[in-house]
Design a protein around this ligand. Structure first.
Ligand SMILES: [Zn+2]
Length: 469
């Protein structure tokens, strides 16, 4: 609780001290409205599937329209109950390309999770607000809506158009959401910059250590392992049982280790954040930052890095079995058994080489590997340009001690679609979180610190203002 108390004092100072004109005129008001809007958004059940985002999107449209902001609902005509929202605050210059802020409004379900509060009611307890989606991604939706409103009501036109895109269906593939939007609203790709979820504002110890601005992400491929066997009656076993061979193959795949290594992005990230980590990770990551991209990280650091799921996933390609299926009845020999192995490849990894290694590993068990070569490497968004400058200025206002560093997401986001289409896209999650709290995303008792909600909102507002003036 110490951090909450000391941060409240810092926040008060931030709210009171910052020049008013720089950030709209009413910071406490913005924070309060964001919190109220978040409560409204959490109460819309947008669990995906089925999503049902249309009601929330209509509420946001009406709420923004009431303040004179141009907002409309768009989406595939045959998608019942689904909708995306596009709202726009026009800028002074039509020759400048817009800033597009993307936030998804659907959430993952809570079935099977033992919540201590009602996940569809924003509930404050012990300095936190609890509710499904507060981290992923309704907090950012609420802040973006209120930042746009404040911008429009301030009467000061931004230099460029600021477009807010509230997207449906992010949690189930995005066909109704950004997938549809980028195919049907090509204007969105004309953006100078796109801000989306996917980065990190990390609390280490008592304060915000760093802001990770996501510029690239790992690639997801799912491989199918298949073992075929002779079927028949289980009373008369045969050699080469399909399930047994598949099991052995899965076990062998599970212990594969790709080399730990850096890319330019992860090396810059390590260099930026090493000094703000706690021992022993600080010295380990400082050493990682010394390793040239492409070279392996020295073996001596492997145990520390492998014990940390975040750094392990950030510094190597990983493959993990996620599904298994085989047999048709308990008294029949299985004719076939299959397993899914999900691999997250470093962006420069050769997928065919990974497939070859998997094949080689399972081949002695008579198991085959197939995959669908549909992944596409997207370009890395610029890591030293105006967005980093703006993020440093914005972070400097709210968290003066925090480092801003480029960041590679270990998961996938909609930024990939924007980058592939040629737009510079940056992933962020503007609210400070500890590693533990971030693990509640998609899980039980998802929560945000009350002060962290406020600080993240002010950071996002500053960033949007910096990029649009
Ligand atoms: Zn999300």
């Amino acid at each position: 609780m110490g951090r909450r108390i000391s941060i409240s004092a810092t926040l008060l100072a931030v709210v009171l001290v910052l020049p008013l004109g720089a950030a709209g005129d009413d910071r406490p008001g913005l924070v309060e409205r964001t919190r109220a809007t978040l409560a409204t958004l959490v109460a819309f059940d947008t669990t995906n599937p089925p999503g049902n985002e249309a009601e929330l999107a209509a509420w946001a449209r009406d709420s923004l329209a009431a303040d004179g902001i141009d907002a409309r609902l768009v989406g595939p005509p045959d998608a019942d109950g689904r909708a995306n929202l596009i709202a726009r605050v026009p800028g002074r210059s039509k020759s400048k390309k817009p800033l597009v802020v993307v936030a998804h409004v659907d959430v993952v379900g809570t079935e099977g999770q033992a919540w201590t509060t009602d996940p569809l009611t924003l509930t404050e307890q012990d300095g936190f607000v609890y509710g499904r989606g507060v981290i992923d991604n309704k907090g950012m939706v609420a802040a973006s809506i209120e930042i746009l409103r404040a911008m429009a009501l301030s009467g000061k036109k931004p230099k460029r158009d600021v477009v807010l895109l509230l997207a449906a269906d992010e949690e189930s593939g995005g066909t109704v959401g950004t997938g549809w939007l980028l195919a049907n609203e090509p204007d969105l790709l004309e953006a100078e910059y796109v801000l989306n979820e996917g980065g990190d504002v990390r609390i280490v110890g008592d304060g915000v250590a760093y802001v990770g601005l996501q510029t690239t992400e790992k690639l997801s491929y799912t491989f199918t392992l298949t073992a075929d066997g002779q079927d028949g009656h289980s009373s008369m076993p045969l050699p080469n049982n399909a399930i047994a061979r598949l099991g052995a193959a899965v076990a062998d795949v599970s212990v594969l280790r790709w080399p730990l290594r850096t890319l330019p992005t992860t090396r810059a990230f390590a260099e930026g954040v090493a000094g703000s980590l706690e021992a022993p990770m600080d010295t380990t990551i400082a050493a990682v930052a010394e390793v040239a991209p492409g070279d392996p990280v020295p073996k001596v650091h492997e145990p520390t890095l492998e014990a940390d799921p975040f750094w392990n996933a950030s510094l190597r390609t990983t493959c993990v079995p996620t599904m298994i299926d085989g047999g048709t009845r308990s008294n029949a020999l299985p004719a076939r058994a299959t397993a899914k192995v999900n691999c997250r490849l470093l962006p420069d990894e050769d997928v065919n080489a990974a497939a070859a290694l998997l094949s080689e590993t399972v081949e002695p068990h008579g198991v085959t590997v197939t995959f669908n070569n549909s992944g596409k490497v997207s370009p890395v968004s610029p890591e030293d340009g105006p967005v980093f400058k703006a993020a440093r200025a914005a972070a400097g206002d709210v968290w003066p001690d925090a480092v801003v560093a480029p960041f590679m997401g270990t998961g996938g986001t909609d930024c990939r679609r924007f980058r592939t289409a040629g737009a510079a896209c940056y992933g962020l999650l503007p609210f400070p979180l500890t590693a533990d709290d971030e693990r509640r995303m998609h899980g039980t008792d998802e929560r945000l610190g009350v002060d962290d909600l406020a600080e993240g909102t002010l950071f996002l507002q500053q960033l949007i203002l910096e990029l649009s003036r």
